[in-house]
Design a binder for this molecule. Structure first.
Ligand code: HEC
Length: 164
């Protein structure tokens, strides 16, 4: 018995030695996926996307088609994962804390007016966040993310296939 318990201990030590760096690595990964911490919003480098300013807010995503679409998709993926994923889920797959944003367009069936309404709804929410009865459910991103970063994020979310 002593021999086998000694080897059990050795085995456990070996397993721990292997597992610990992995756990630390996983925590680091979760931390970076969450934008280096749970609360700090991350500015987004919007590359060569046209600057849209913060005086006039568009109501339709200017990147939903056209020459800037592909760059917006890349910028938006980074911006989303750094600022939105901690609540709305990595790659926009909700873990249940916040609504699944892949469903935003689900009832539009490609109808242009409906998609435009959803763009408006999206940008209002991203700018002002959501508060009720003095509780902040989602922080406002106006002043943190540029208009082009927000539309890039919308472009990324649109590219994620809806659940089911
Ligand atoms: C701290 C958590 C949190 C973060 C960070 C966050 N959200 Fe939200 N978001 C929520 C919650 C919670 C709701 C639902 C609010 C409510 O119940 O009114 C929501 C709602 C939304 C909605 C409306 C969804 C619907 O189906 O009605 C959109 C769009 C949205 N968020 C986009 C974003 C974007 C884009 C980002 C990143 C720039 C972001 N959110 C970051 C928590 C968050």
């Amino acid at each position: 018995m002593p021999a086998s318990s000694a080897s059990n201990t050795r085995l456990r030590t070996a397993v721990l030695a292997l597992a610990l760096p992995f756990v630390a690595g996983a925590a680091w990964f979760a931390g970076s996926a969450r934008g280096h911490g749970d609360t700090a919003p991350q500015p987004v480098d919007t590359g060569t996307l046209p600057k849209l300013g913060s005086d006039d807010w568009l109501s339709r995503n200017p990147f939903h088609e056209g020459e800037h679409h592909d760059e917006a998709l890349e910028v938006g993926a980074r911006g989303y994962n750094a600022n939105c994923a901690r609540c709305h889920g990595l790659e926009a797959v909700s873990g249940g804390i916040a609504p699944d944003v892949r469903k935003l367009n689900a009832d539009c069936g490609g109808d242009e007016d409906c998609l435009a309404d959803m763009d408006q709804y999206f940008i209002d929410t991203a700018r002002h966040g959501r508060s009720r009865d003095g509780r902040v459910y989602m922080p406002p991103f106006e002043g943190i993310l540029s208009q082009e970063a927000m539309w890039a994020i919308r472009t990324y979310i649109d590219s994620r296939p809806p659940p089911g």
